[in-house]
Design a protein around this ligand. Structure first.
Ligand code: ARG
Length: 568
């Protein structure tokens, strides 16, 4: 189903061609409903380019614009905008079609891409903290949307399960470990022994050397150290899994850093052989002398002591994703501080001849009330587990207050859906690069651009159908008389326009904002138009609008990884 936006853009392009004008400008939803449903800036852009009068250019375009079947006569407004108002019957017919369309008007892209999405990717032997929400939730939403659009998606958890910290962890394990504590709270104990080893190493060079030796032994495949390492990884994975379960996030593969271990030597040899890398002060480096911002920032792929780096692993990861996983597109979701790193990795990949589309999708931070990185009172990172638990507890309180009639057996699930949904939505409704302040009150509010507000709109609709007590039979045609009806229907038809645009710049907040506006349109409609008490043909038509609103809200939230309850 061609969206209205695509259709008008096509008609505009035809008109420009017929008027002997170059293809220019775009068609976008109108910023103000008084000016119609869509607008185009084509005349403005062309007039500026050619030094002509915008209104005159707009007239010229209008003379060739053939949209009579779909729109009222287009008008020229302001400095030369062309405004389109869809004909009500057209919107009504499209809305009726959408009710028959499982995809709710979202077309699959052709040809689909094979996309590896690397997101979340926490480090072993450290607790997942609140900062992990962003990469995990953003990556998951992008993966859901890409899959829905028909792409072939591989979700990869590139966990940090190898590296110099294991020297400390193993030393700590052998000298400081308390088994009972490990059983009670494995990650806390791992953190404790790591810190303990680190403190001792700082104070005592002999301990520092002992830690280094443990690392060397691990890297040489010593059985005892390897066993300890494996146990640490397994304990961490168990904790990660628990978080993913609550968050409803899954991975297709989990290729941690250790997976690439035995490929690193070859990577470095290859880079040296091809001349991409050179030896500098004993280390093997790739220089970027022709890129001004990188000119003094070489990428070290083998340290002077023979050890490999995070970067070496990522170069091997590129090989694996392109050659083994056959990706043509790679998206890596991390915080902004890794920008330089991936700039280097992608540049090396390009020099090695890889033509895949590599994207580093960065995000900002989650801040506390003091506008600094969110921390506990004692200055530690806030554990993810604690945040998710608290979200559910707080949501439960709200459910208890708002809906005392809800059976006890359902409240737990509803609280989970609301609490976790609120945390995710607070993140995804922000532009990903924006730092935002974590606020329970705001994210759990039933007013404003929040998950509970959207979930509540859905629940309201479900209760209309429960009250009706009849099975929903989709109306074959819709009758849109009130302006609120047409407005809601037009918005519903825009779902197919909005979803694909999320991937242009990886902005789920565009979808979130759309859903928020949809819920507003629904509420305006619901205030203005009685549903169950209205006469036919309005009644069926309004029920159809309700049903489609519920479906779009639920699907839109699902694409963001957020569930909807039937009651709340
Ligand atoms: N483990 C890393 C971190 O916590 C993120 C990994 C991102 N992916 C990658 N291929 N390097 O910062």
């Amino acid at each position: 189903m061609e969206t209205f936006q695509a259709l008008l853009a096509r008609k505009l392009a035809e008109a420009l061609a017929a008027a002997d004008l170059p293809p220019t400008g775009s068609v976008t939803p109108a910023t103000d409903a008084r000016f119609g449903d869509y607008q185009s800036n084509a005349a403005l852009v062309l007039a500026k380019q050619r030094g002509e009068n915008p209104a005159a250019v707009a007239e010229k375009i209008l003379a060739h614009l053939k949209v009579g079947e779909w729109c009222e006569a287009p008008t020229i407004a302001g400095a030369g905008f062309i405004n389109f108002t869809l004909r009500t019957e057209i919107v009504a017919a499209r809305t009726a079609d959408l009710l028959q369309d499982e995809r709710l008007g979202v077309e699959k892209v052709a040809p689909p891409k094979r996309i590896v999405i690397d997101f979340g990717s926490p480090n072993v032997a450290k607790p997942m903290h609140v900062g992990h929400i962003r990469s995990t939730v953003l990556g998951d939403a992008l993966a859901r949307i890409a899959s829905f659009l028909g792409h072939d998606v591989v979700r990869d958890n590139h966990i940090g399960d190898w590296g110099t910290q294991f020297g400390m962890v193993i030393y700590g394990w052998k000298n400081l470990l308390e088994r009972a504590a490990l059983e009670r709270d494995p990650i806390a104990e791992l953190v404790r022994i790591y810190k303990g080893a680190n403190d001792r190493a700082t104070a005592d060079p002999a301990v520092r050397e002992a830690c280094r030796q443990e690392l060397v032994k691990l890297q040489a495949g010593d059985a005892e150290n390897f066993g300890i390492w494996k146990e640490c990884v397994a304990l961490s994975l168990r904790e990660f899994e628990a978080a993913y379960k609550i968050l409803d996030v899954h991975y297709d593969i989990q290729r941690g850093e250790s997976f690439y271990n035995d490929r690193l030597a070859d990577v470095v040899e290859r880079l040296l052989k091809s001349g991409l890398a050179e030896i500098s002060e004993g280390a093997v480096c790739v220089f970027f002398r022709d890129i001004p911002e990188l000119a003094d920032k070489p990428c070290i792929t083998r340290k002077r002591d023979g050890g490999y780096n995070y970067a070496t692993t990522d170069i091997a990861t590129v090989d694996y994703r392109i050659q083994d996983l056959k990706a043509d597109t790679v998206w890596i979701v991390t915080g902004a501080p890794q920008q330089l790193h991936f700039r280097q990795i992608f540049e090396i990949a390009r020099r090695e001849g890889y033509t895949a589309d590599f994207r580093h999708i960065t995000h900002g931070s989650i801040l506390g009330d003091d506008r600094k990185l969110m921390k506990t009172r004692s200055g530690d990172n806030v554990a993810l587990r604690d945040v998710l638990d608290e979200a559910v507890v707080r949501a439960r309180k709200i459910v208890d207050e708002k809906n005392p009639e809800l059976p006890d057996s359902e409240r737990g699930d509803v609280a989970k859906i609301i609490g976790i949904g609120a945390v995710k939505y607070a993140d995804l409704s922000q532009y990903r690069m924006t730092d935002y302040i974590f606020s329970w009150d705001r994210m759990l509010s039933f007013q404003g651009n929040t998950a509970p507000y959207l979930q509540n709109a859905y629940v309201r609709i479900r209760s209309i159908f429960r009250k009706a007590g009849e099975e929903f039979v989709p109306a074959k045609t819709l009758t849109l008389t009130a302006p609120e009806e047409k407005n809601l229907a037009t918005r519903l038809c825009q779902f197919g326009e909005v979803v694909p645009t999320v991937l242009n710049d990886f902005r789920p907040n565009i979808l979130a904002n759309y859903l928020y506006e949809l819920a507003n349109s629904f509420h305006a409609f619901y205030e203005a138009c009685p549903v169950l008490k209205s006469e036919e043909p309005s009644r069926s038509s309004r029920l159809a609008l309700c049903e489609l609103s519920a479906r779009v809200l639920a699907k839109g939230l699902d694409l963001l990884g957020i569930k909807v309850p039937e009651k709340m």
